[in-house]
Design a protein around this ligand. Structure first.
Ligand code: SF4
Ligand code: SF4
Length: 518
């Protein structure tokens, strides 16, 4: 794990980041490694390279390093149970979290950290839909063509603001996501609600931040500036291919195209504001070939290398009954994982995204947090974005949040834990994934097909490929170091990232009792 200067072979900056993370996480994981037998951490991933070395990554500390042959010999001795944690040769392995005391219960420690984040009483995530109306007619949208038109009433607005005013007193931070429908079809409500919630936070010394999921059609410069003034720091906008492919899938209700106007808007926003634009590219078998065309077009339009612009990719998933029609076009998860890894390489090389960095607790969304609510225009409360099209899955109404939070349906979300499922519990990337998406467990009767029903995220299928890209672009490895047989995430028909979920495993003991629609 050393270079000629006796230091880690990753760059100094990367090493510093890795070590900071390790120190931070070690402090959080209160158990020490003072003495006794050493063991490989259950959250260490080894990626063998040509010539006998390896990359090593820890999915909780995020420490990342290159091992040489001597390091791997030490690693082998750890695997054989031949080393003590007090051995100086283990120091770099211990500081990265790659090796731990055999007596340590890492799984319990990570479970405690996840629970601490989920049940933190001092932070809140509110997702607010000021309207479920939308000006688009996307092929895969759960709402279909018959869009609702209702907007949030003054009574619902008042009830929501009263709730936030009460709640802010005990909060350190409130994060709001604007969602819909298309939220910018009701901009006056966003502005008025924001002003009132920000005022409540200010009075209570509570931080405030916001994010918006928008189709981008109304995100002109003036709107972006108004949003930014109200704490919206990031806008997620979807582009599904270059002009023709995007317009075939994401056109107006009238059928008119949207690509050019969205790109014009984004160009202005990126140039004249500090709002970060996250471009989501939905990928399935029908647009896969066109996504490279989109990347080339974004580069040609001047978005490459902008500090406030990045693309990311997501598989189109037939999550629910309402969007089952898109299922035939969904990728199998393994196929998508490989395709996505190639797309990230292409996007990075065009200056359109940062180097891949596996997240920590990716699945810790508002749905599984005690202080997490989705508020619809009529005041209905949900826990999850993906139940909003099914009124019977609401947990209550914003006029009585206490009753909603105490409802059995709400409790099902809070009682769910990835540690109760045997496949997740044994998964070496659980700290990164955290079960990915509780909806697929809590309401699996609502999901369809492999892409929609099985939770493992793309990291499960392309972790090695994306980490190798990170190491390669940092100059730690060269393309020739990739071993086509041993390096891939999926090697010898097995995944380095552990067993994947199947439909049977989703029904395994430990999943919460289903609460079917009433
Ligand atoms: S449970 Fe899944 S679908 Fe629901 S909000 Fe969380 S990540 Fe999204
Ligand atoms: S088994 Fe799949 S869903 Fe569960 S933690 Fe691992 S990657 Fe995530």
């Amino acid at each position: 794990m050393r270079n000629s200067e006796g230091e880690t072979q990753l760059s100094r900056r990367e090493a510093a980041i890795a070590m900071r993370a390790a120190v931070r996480q070690s402090a959080q994981l209160a158990l020490g490694d003072g003495g006794g037998p050493a063991a490989p951490s259950r959250y260490t991933i080894i990626i063998p390279l040509i010539g006998g070395g390896a990359l090593v990554y820890h999915t909780y500390t995020q420490a990342f390093a290159r091992l040489d042959a001597a390091d791997l010999a030490v690693w082998d001795r750890v695997e054989q149970g031949e080393m003590d944690v007090s051995d100086p040769a283990l120091a770099p392995f211990l500081s990265g979290g790659f090796v731990v005391s055999a007596a340590r219960d890492e799984r319990a420690e990570v479970a405690r950290q996840l629970d601490r984040a989920r049940f933190d009483p001092s932070s809140m995530i509110l997702t607010i839909a000021p309207t479920m109306g939308c000006n688009f007619a996307c092929a895969y949208c759960f709402q279909g063509l018959d869009k609702p038109t209702g907007r949030m009433s003054p009574e619902t607005t008042d009830a929501l603001c009263d709730y936030v005013a009460d709640k802010a007193e005990g909060l350190r931070h409130l994060h709001v996501t604007w969602y819909g429908g298309e939220p910018l079809m009701n901009r006056p409500a966003i502005y008025a609600l924001s002003d009132r919630m920000i005022e409540s936070c200010r009075e209570n010394n509570c931080g405030y931040s916001a994010f918006i999921v928008t189709n981008g059609y109304f995100l002109d410069l003036t709107t972006a500036q108004e949003l930014f003034r109200r704490g919206v720091r990031t806008a997620q906008v979807t582009l599904d291919g270059s002009a023709n492919a995007h317009d075939a899938r994401r056109h107006l209700l009238s059928g008119k195209p949207t690509y050019q106007r969205i790109c014009d808007n984004l160009g202005e926003v990126v140039e004249h504001t500090d709002m970060h634009i996250a471009i989501r590219v939905n990928v399935d078998t029908t647009n896969g070939d066109d996504v490279l065309g989109l990347l080339d077009d974004l580069k040609a339009k001047g978005f490459a290398g902008r500090r406030n612009f990045a693309v990311y990719f997501a598989p189109v998933e037939a999550i629910t009954d309402a969007c089952a029609s898109c299922d035939p076009d969904s990728f199998a998860k393994t196929d998508y994982g490989q395709w996505e890894a190639d797309l990230y390489r292409a996007a990075f090389e065009r200056g359109l995204c940062a180097l891949p960095q596996p997240p920590v607790f990716h699945g810790n969304c508002g749905a599984v947090r005690k202080n997490g609510l989705v508020v619809l225009p009529d005041g209905a409360l949900h826990k999850c974005w993906d139940t909003v099209q099914t009124p019977s899955l609401a947990i209550g109404n914003v006029r009585d949040v206490t009753a909603a939070e105490a409802s059995p349906r709400s409790q099902a979300w809070l009682q769910w834990s990835p540690f109760d499922n045997p496949v997740c519990s044994e998964c070496p990337i659980l700290p990164s994934c955290a079960g990915a998406c509780a909806f697929k467990f809590v309401h699996r009767e609502q999901t369809h097909g492999e892409a929609g029903g099985l939770p493992c995220p793309s990291w499960k299928f392309n972790l090695a490929e994306r980490l190798f890209l990170r190491a390669e672009k940092m100059g730690v490895v060269s393309p020739d170091d990739w071993d086509p047989v041993l390096s891939p995430t999926r090697a010898d028909a097995a995944l380095k990232t552990g067993a994947r979920h199947t439909f049977a495993s989703m029904d395994a003991a430990g999943a919460p009792a289903l609460l079917p629609a009433e």
